[in-house]
Design a protein around this ligand. Structure first.
Ligand SMILES: [Zn+2]
Length: 516
């Protein structure tokens, strides 16, 4: 059943959005979450809450956060992720007057099929391994329909046209970004070719596709796209049709956008749009920026108010902050089935906050997340000197490297002095210099910027050719290119995401019973 929020998602003022979202949330809790989520039923019961306790978006604060840790398996609870799946109870569904009416009107079989589509998990993606173990997230047909709608809206906001050709270089993997892109092509009716990225076809294979397909839009992770465009420029390739890059999976700084625009100009595409997207497994959707003038800042990620509520919260107090204020992003779906998390704490911080103002570029009136997003997990404590641990903000370090005009690709490496686990930590920068700048000048500039923006200095700066950087980053060999490598002997190995679900997560064990 369609509603006003869904039909007019990009046209409603703040007061209407917040009112309609609160009402949709209340109905969602009443009809789907509280009857069928054992986890949240218990959360509400323990706090003496029911669906009627949530009448405004401020009331969401009565609920506790759900964190990444809540989803991880423990020795006592081997399949934590399963606790978050909505498992319907046939008797409850059958007793509902709406079910009885529908059954009388359209027949029992039809109603049963509709419940199957709504509740039976039929599709899975996994988290990308930032956490200790990849966590599965389950979709029903209804979730896939919502994924397709979110994907179609990305195409609309990023203004791809029906006669465009899209090249996706995202790796073939059970990850949100890949599947969302797949649905973007089919749901919007636009030609999309998925190359599988560097690991499947190599840089060379992707270059061949650029030459033959002549894409208007290339989608992928920034590190791989940078290598691809650099090699294309080195080989004198032309790609005059290229109008936009849509980047996923890593943060996108202004410095990186400039470098990509410069490379596109070398390929004969001087008016390139570089658009960033933001999404995460638990959201089962992602959001994009709209096209903007190159001398202006992007207007932010355009959200879909009918599919989710995003709160911006003070990480210390956990309270919601006013519009436009920075804070941590907290996600609550408004129509999800399958795996459902309420008030999911992302660990991601937005520096410009949430705004409901009309977008200055596309004129849409939808909530937007404005500014840079950084990850709490990317602030690490390091022992760089004998006195005390130093907090190093790798988000900021990445910005320093992306913003430097004298270097192209880069990699940050963490080591121990003499590889001795008891020794101090070392920070090593591997960089590829561009524009024939003198190595000493590049080192001096990078050192100065690290000191002024991070109050630390790298132990060493090592220079490499573009080819050596490709090897260091694993372009063409790894699923995701490596920009930050932890080679400290004590460090835990970086978890690799396997393409097959772990044994304990076989689908047949996870089918909820929708019997009869
Ligand atoms: Zn816009």
């Amino acid at each position: 059943m369609r509603n006003l929020l869904q039909d007019r998602w990009q046209k409603l003022p703040e007061a209407a959005v917040r009112r309609l979202q609160a009402e949709q949330l209340r109905q969602y809790l009443r009809r789907a979450v509280l009857p069928f989520s054992s986890y949240y039923r218990e959360v509400f019961r323990a706090r003496n809450l029911n669906y009627d306790s949530i009448r405004t978006l401020e009331d969401l604060q009565k609920l506790p956060f759900t964190t990444k840790a809540d989803l991880l398996n423990t020795p006592e609870r081997q399949q934590r992720a399963k606790d978050f799946i909505l498992i319907p109870d046939e008797k409850t569904l059958a007793r509902r007057p709406s079910t009885i009416l529908r059954a009388l009107w359209r027949g029992r079989n039809r109603v049963k099929q509709e419940f199957e589509a709504e509740f039976r998990p039929i599709f899975v993606t996994f988290t990308t391994g930032r956490s200790a173990e990849p966590t599965p997230f389950f979709y029903t047909q209804r979730d896939l329909d919502n994924l397709a709608s979110a994907a179609r809206r990305i195409v609309e906001v990023a203004t791809a046209r029906p006669d465009d050709r899209l090249l996706s270089t995202l790796p073939f993997a059970p990850h949100l970004a890949f599947w969302l892109t797949h649905y973007a092509g089919t749901a919007a009716g636009v030609m999309l070719l998925s190359s599988g990225g560097g690991k499947v076809m190599g840089t060379e294979g992707n270059l061949r596709l650029i030459r033959t397909l002549k894409p208007n839009v290339i989608i992928g992770m920034p590190t791989f796209i940078y290598h691809l465009m650099q090699q294309a420029a080195d080989e004198g390739a032309r790609c005059k049709n290229l109008r936009a890059l849509v980047l996923a999976g890593e943060k996108v700084s202004e410095g990186l956008r400039e470098k990509l625009r410069a490379l596109a100009a070398e390929l004969g595409a001087p008016n390139l749009q570089v658009l960033a997207t933001y999404g995460f497994t638990e959201a089962k959707q992602a959001w994009t920026e709209c096209p903007f003038p190159p001398d202006q800042a992007p207007s932010g990620y355009h959200l879909y108010p009918d599919l989710c509520v995003i709160e911006v919260t003070d990480p210390k107090t956990g309270e919601q902050v006013p519009s436009g204020q920075p804070g941590e992003l907290v996600f609550t779906p408004l129509d999800a089935r399958g795996s459902v998390v309420l008030r999911y704490r992302t660990g991601d911080f937005i520096d410009g906050g949430l705004t409901y103002e009309t977008c200055p570029y596309c004129g849409r009136c939808a909530p937007r997340l404005v500014g840079n997003i950084s990850r709490r997990s990317e602030i690490k404590e390091m022992n760089l000197d004998k006195i005390k641990g130093t907090l190093v903000d790798f988000n900021e370090l990445e910005h320093v490297l992306d913003d430097s005009k004298t270097i192209g690709s880069w990699q940050i490496e963490l080591r121990k002095v003499k590889d001795d686990p008891l020794e101090l930590d070392e920070l090593i920068l591997h960089v590829q210099k561009v524009n024939n700048t003198d190595e000493k000048l590049v080192s001096r500039e990078l050192n100065q910027r690290c000191v002024s923006r991070l109050e630390i200095q790298p132990n060493r700066i090592l220079f490499h050719s573009a080819d050596e950087m490709r090897q260091l980053q694993g372009v063409g060999t790894l699923l995701k290119e490596q920009k930050l490598v932890d080679n400290r002997p004590s460090a835990k190995p970086i978890p690799q995401v396997s393409a097959t679900p772990p044994q304990a997560m076989q689908a047949d064990k996870l089918q909820p019973e929708i019997g009869g």
